[in-house]
Design a protein around this ligand. Structure first.
Ligand code: DLL
Length: 448
């Protein structure tokens, strides 16, 4: 059925040759994973002092990894390990073999530096091609890449994969929204990659300039990630723009974008399991959870040379889906990552995730997707305020309609979170926007 350059999936889309492995029978995939895991653990044990010390302390040797389940005995790696060994302490390759460095900005102190060999870059290209192909992007597409270029992995990561796929790439990076819109229209852009919040901003600015996105632009697909977004936000983006909004996941420590991506069925993000081995753990007990249970995602790189990551605790909350996907890919899926464990807000003793507020808000058609969550403490009591922009449509509504909107938003948030929030409707275009990752939470308690 499959020839090397032209075979077809269920939707009669040609399958890119790089994606063939997405359809590999699972026993074959697992054999490949085990072999790669053994090689990676052996290499890290030989080359990375911190890893070897941890393994020795746990009484485990690389030879003890006889099956994939044995990975559960190996110690975890956490973000602090990268900070403590800054900049090159976790490298398993000599500096002379490292051809690229990226860094993720830390909130305090030094950034986290991640390294790539030429082979690592080739793998990165391949997983981006597979991500783009799964999302329906193909050779000939004109891709406007509005992820930031530079030390952030988004820009260059997407760039080289898209180019290798045969897309025409516009390396515009983030920001300069007017120019983004002008080029998007003039150059006939068919695919865009950026954070979902930046795409919302682009839509907003297009509307402000009197441009009808559906009529005046040719964009068909969006490759959105790098920040949490909800299913409701996806629907809102798709309704406003008419494009297919696809989720892409990744993190610098593992490779950057391209760890997992959605297919056209949007039933979760297929993990490129031949390169990244996923586990879900209970973050309190650290035990590995079965597929289908929600917990913290832990990733092990299976082919990374420069900086192998073994059982890296991502802090991202998700669950693994093993049921077959209609697209035919045999790769397990990650449910959309809507939160990080450290994103949780505790308000008057109640656990609230920002994604719950987004879900509540966007369940109301007239509520705008531009919002800000402000948490504070007054008289020893936590307060939660949700500021929501009015849309051009609601701004001119009469006071009674606005009162109803105000009440409905408050109710929806209470129903989902169990917390009463103060709702503040603000003028259109007044809340902060971002060219990259948008932080929609201002927790003033943390500053006190
Ligand atoms: O954000 C890599 C990336 C670039 C992913 C472009 C997708 C597109 P970091 O800056 O290291 O790398 O941030 C990684 O961002 O641990 C998640 O918390 C969050 N994140 C990334 N993608 C998603 C997503 C890049 N699709 C951190 N949904 C991760 C939710 C995401 N959160």
């Amino acid at each position: 059925m499959q020839s090397s350059f032209c075979f077809w999936n269920d939707a009669s889309n040609p399958i890119h040759p790089a994606s063939a492995v997405d359809y590999m029978p699972r026993p074959q995939l697992q054999a490949m994973q085990l072999h790669r895991l053994q090689v990676t653990v052996r290499r890290a044990y030989q080359q990375v002092v911190r890893f070897r010390d941890r393994m020795d302390a746990a009484g485990i040797k690389p030879e003890d990894i006889r099956g994939l389940a044995d990975l559960a005995r190996v110690p975890f790696t956490v973000k602090h390990d990268l900070r403590d060994t800054y900049p090159y302490g976790l490298c398993a390759s000599p500096l002379s073999d490292i051809v690229r460095l990226h860094a993720s900005s830390g909130t305090t102190g030094k950034p986290i530096v991640v390294a790539y060999t030429a082979n690592d870059l080739a793998v990165w290209q391949q997983v981006i091609i597979r991500t783009l192909a799964a999302a329906g992007v193909h050779r000939g597409d004109i891709l406007q890449n509005a992820y930031g270029y530079g030390l952030f992995t988004g820009g260059m990561g997407l760039h080289y994969g898209a180019e290798a796929m045969g897309c025409t790439v516009i390396p515009i990076s983030g920001g300069n929204t007017d120019r983004q819109l002008m080029l998007m229209r003039d150059l006939g852009v068919t695919a865009i990659s950026c954070t979902p919040s930046y795409f919302l901003h682009l839509l907003d600015e297009a509307e402000k300039s009197g441009l009808d996105f559906r009529k005046e632009f040719k964009v068909r697909v969006g490759i959105f990630g790098a920040e949490p977004w909800t299913e409701e936000m996806r629907r809102r983006i798709q309704d406003l723009s008419g494009i297919h909004a696809s989720d892409i996941y990744g993190l610098s420590e593992i490779i950057g974008p391209g760890v997992a991506g959605e297919c056209l069925h949007q039933t979760g993000l297929h993990i490129f399991e031949d390169h990244f081995y996923p586990e879900i753990i209970n973050p309190d007990t650290l035990e590995v959870l079965p597929d289908g249970q929600v917990g913290e995602l832990v990733l092990t790189t299976l082919s990374k040379e420069a900086m192998p990551m073994i059982r890296y605790r991502t802090r991202d909350l998700s669950q693994l889906v093993a049921e077959p996907c209609p697209c035919g890919r045999t790769l397990r899926r990650l449910k959309r990552i809507s939160a990080r464990s450290d994103d949780m807000l505790i308000i008057r003793g109640v656990n609230v995730f920002p994604s719950q507020i987004e879900t509540a808000l966007l369940s109301i058609r007239l509520a705008s997707p531009h919002y800000l969550i402000v948490v504070d403490r007054k008289d020893n009591l936590d307060t939660l305020e949700v500021q929501i922009e009015l849309t051009a449509e609601t701004f001119s509504d009469d006071i009674r309609t606005l009162e109803t909107l105000h009440k409905r938003i408050g109710q929806a948030i209470y129903e989902i979170t169990g917390v009463h929030a103060q709702i503040t409707l603000v003028k259109p275009h007044t809340l902060p926007r971002s060219e990259g990752k948008l932080n929609r939470v201002r927790d003033n308690r943390r500053r006190a």
